[in-house]
Design a protein around this ligand. Structure first.
Ligand SMILES: Nc1ncnc2c1ncn2[C@@H]1O[C@H](COP(=O)(O)OP(=O)(O)OP(=O)(O)O)[C@@H](O)[C@H]1O
Ligand SMILES: [Mg+2]
Length: 255
């Protein structure tokens, strides 16, 4: 399968971007105590690419992902998913769009305690009236090492297993974009590598678009591109990142 190579940032026509934002601003509170979690972010994520977002704690990474995924409303600015402007949608339209076109792996996994691992994985598709592709589901379940945990409830799973269920849930419907907020934060390095490998192969082999927050330069090196945030602003990019290049770029932020 050939992957289109487009490396001119900001110059691509809108249709090649899976998701993009202009002037994205998120302010909590007001007056002297206002926190500018996002202070005007222009960013674009190409279709079929794997992008990592990095930056110091509190730099706005989770806020950015939540605004891009329509989980949080921006104070100002616009977000497009393909040709759809999220920032114009009504609540019910946004709920439908999130269900059908976006996968999200939360920093805290947000699994439903009364459902088994398998039921948690397939819930978003059920809500959308769809069924997961069997072969794809088998592949995801096996690669994440969840085969013998499918019938377990979240409280019967380790933190790392819950995290893998959350990753499977996001990948199964093959959404337009998978957003993952530190998807390897609770995993040992071997399992973490398996999750990262699965995310990367979903990009390489099926053209999935993935945007991932991570603190780990080794994890970021699985991505095609790293976007750096500092104090709610873009603070640089690394293309074709290696762990060393990422460490150097982070050092430059003083974070
Ligand atoms: N609901 C809220 N009310 C007030 N301030 C908030 C709220 N949510 C986030 N913030 C602030 O916005 C800023 C950005 O937070 P965010 O969670 O996006 O950071 P982050 O880069 O994801 O950090 P971490 O790496 O620790 O997860 C922080 O200063 C945070 O304290
Ligand atoms: Mg965060």
């Amino acid at each position: 399968m050939s992957v289109p190579v487009m490396t001119v940032p900001g110059e691509a026509p809108p249709t090649t971007a899976a998701v993009r934002a202009t002037g994205l601003t998120k302010t909590y509170g007001s007056g002297e105590t206002a926190v500018h979690a996002l202070a005007g972010v222009d960013v674009e994520f190409q279709r079929g690419r794997f992008t990592a977002i990095m930056g110091p704690s509190g730099s706005g990474k989770s806020t950015l992902m939540h605004c891009l995924a329509g989980l949080d409303t921006a104070t100002a600015g616009q977000v497009w998913l393909g040709d759809t402007e999220l920032t114009r949608l009504r609540d019910d339209q946004l709920t439908k769009l999130r269900r059908e076109r976006i996968g999200f792996v939360f920093q805290a996994f947000n699994l439903l305690p009364v459902l088994s691992a398998e039921e948690n994985m397939t819930l978003p598709m059920q809500l959308a009236g769809q069924r997961p592709d069997r072969a794809w589901m088998d592949d995801v379940v096996d690669r994440l090492g969840l085969r013998d945990r499918l019938g377990h409830r979240p409280y019967e799973l380790s933190g790392g297993q819950q995290q893998r269920v959350a990753v499977a849930r996001a990948l199964l419907p093959r959404p337009d974009v998978v957003f993952a907020d530190e998807p390897t934060g609770n995993l040992d390095s071997r399992v973490g590598a398996e999750v990262l490998g699965l995310l990367r192969s979903s990009v390489r082999e099926t053209g999935q678009t993935v945007v991932m927050v991570t603190h780990d330069p080794v994890a970021a090196a699985y991505a095609d591109r790293v976007v750096l945030l500092a104090d709610g602003r873009l603070a640089g990019e690394v293309h074709h990142p290696t762990a060393d290049a990422v460490i150097d770029a982070l050092r430059g932020l003083g974070g």
